[in-house]
Design a protein around this ligand. Structure first.
Ligand code: ADP
Length: 398
């Protein structure tokens, strides 16, 4: 079965077409500036040329139509016609407490995703738009929703509750949900394979470090705690998000700047994190360069990030009463050896030792711990699309 995986944003649409007999990528691409003007980059993996041009994309429906046109075209295509695409898997950001696993999409599921809009006002509407656009263009091809939050639904109350009046949980659903669940699920399963042990017997800590970053404690294959919270702003300082801060800062800043809550919240999401501290960039490559050139604030931002990651790893080792493996993934986790080394400096006490030689090497799934490290340390490139395609195949074949 060939499965189209869609990750829809408010003005963008990322896609991959996978052949699930062999789990190989047939094509991938990105529509951008949907609703503004439009651009499509389509990259077939069969040697045919890349298409990378501005094209009119007034809505997501035209974007899906353009993607299908390229996937089936003589010049850029990878399949003969649309009937070869057996199903579509969508990344959906928020499933609230309704969805602890992926589901086949029907009217009831659409209504439930819509019900979660107040919890993810920027993301869920875009995901719904993507699903509706596929329905408009592809008719009755089965569609599956895979939620970023689902993997974390196994967290116990002590981890997901906030110590605020209980009614805010019961009436307004305020609790920790966690995100990046598909990534944490993929890398933890892969880590178990690399360690040659059933995941049920392992205590793992997965560090997804990209533009957005979160850490997850995975005990016996189940998420038992995670650093993102009610929204993705919580936990670590990120590219542009502040991470955990004292909540009183919000009121204090409003009082003393004359800005309203929305404006400050927007600054905490988009102008904070390592960008806010450094004043240089949200990109770790720019920060390392600036730090090397003597920029103290860039160096401070990098220090703050590594320190926060290490503290969270320590907390999760305590939460699980031990740890067998630590995993680094996503843009920074997969590529930034200096940040991994900086985090590793805090972890010797728990028997987790980064091997400088292995850490400096690039590559795919790999161990980067020393031979005497009692905790295994792994770099595992994440593959959320593959998880989405696997779930989609499984649900459609049922
Ligand atoms: P997203 O959260 O948007 O999916 P990614 O997981 O792709 O992000 O991570 C993007 C980040 O990865 C970039 O902002 C950059 O800081 C970092 N990154 C990518 N490559 C490198 C590299 N070679 N060295 C250091 N950082 C890198």
């Amino acid at each position: 079965m060939k499965i189209l995986v869609i990750n829809c944003g408010s003005s963008s649409l990322k896609y991959q077409l996978l052949d699930m007999e062999t789990e190989t990528l047939l094509a991938k691409g990105l529509c951008e500036r949907i609703g503004i003007d439009g651009h499509l980059k389509h990259q077939p993996q069969n040697g045919k040329p890349v298409f990378d041009e501005d094209i009119a994309l007034p809505t997501h429906t035209e974007a899906i139509a353009a993607v299908l046109d390229k996937l089936t075209s003589a010049e850029y295509g990878v399949v003969a016609d649309m009937s070869e695409i057996g199903a579509v898997g969508h990344r959906v950001v928020h499933g609230g407490e309704k969805f602890a696993s992926s589901v086949l999409i029907d009217d009831e599921v659409m209504a439930a995703i819509a019900e979660c809009i107040p919890l993810a006002p920027l993301h869920n509407p875009a995901n719904i738009t993507g699903i509706e656009a596929c329905k408009a263009v592809m008719g009755n091809v089965p569609q599956v929703a895979v939620f970023d939050t689902a993997f974390h639904q196994t967290m116990p109350g002590k981890a997901y509750m906030y110590a605020i009046p209980y009614e805010y949980y019961t009436d307004l659903k305020v609790r920790r949900y966690g995100f990046h669940g598909t990534s944490h699920r993929y890398v933890s399963a892969r880590a178990a394979e690399m360690l040659g042990k059933p995941i049920e017997e392992l205590k793992l800590i997965s560090c997804h470090m990209g533009n957005g970053s979160s850490i997850c404690a995975i005990d016996g294959g189940k998420s038992v705690d995670t650093s993102m919270g009610f929204t993705p702003i919580a936990g670590l300082p990120m590219g542009t998000r502040c991470g955990d801060i004292d909540v009183s800062i919000l009121d204090y800043l409003c009082q003393n700047t004359g800005k309203d809550v929305k404006t400050i919240t927007n600054e905490l999401n988009k102008k904070s994190g390592v960008l806010g501290v450094s004043g240089v960039s949200s990109d770790f490559r720019d920060l390392s360069k600036a730090a090397e050139e003597g920029n103290d604030r860039a160096a401070l931002a990098l220090d703050m990030f590594a320190y926060a990651v290490a503290k969270t790893i320590g907390a999760y080792a305590a939460a699980m009463n031990g740890v067998d493996g630590i995993i680094f993934t996503a843009g920074v986790g997969e590529n930034d050896a200096a940040t991994r080394a900086a985090i590793g400096k805090y972890l010797g006490w728990m028997g987790a030792k980064v091997c400088p030689g292995c850490n400096a090497k690039r590559g795919g799934d790999r161990f980067i711990n020393t031979s005497d490290s009692t905790v295994k340390i792994m770099v595992i490139p994440t593959n959320e699309e593959l998880v989405i395609a696997r779930d989609t195949k499984e649900l459609v074949e049922k």
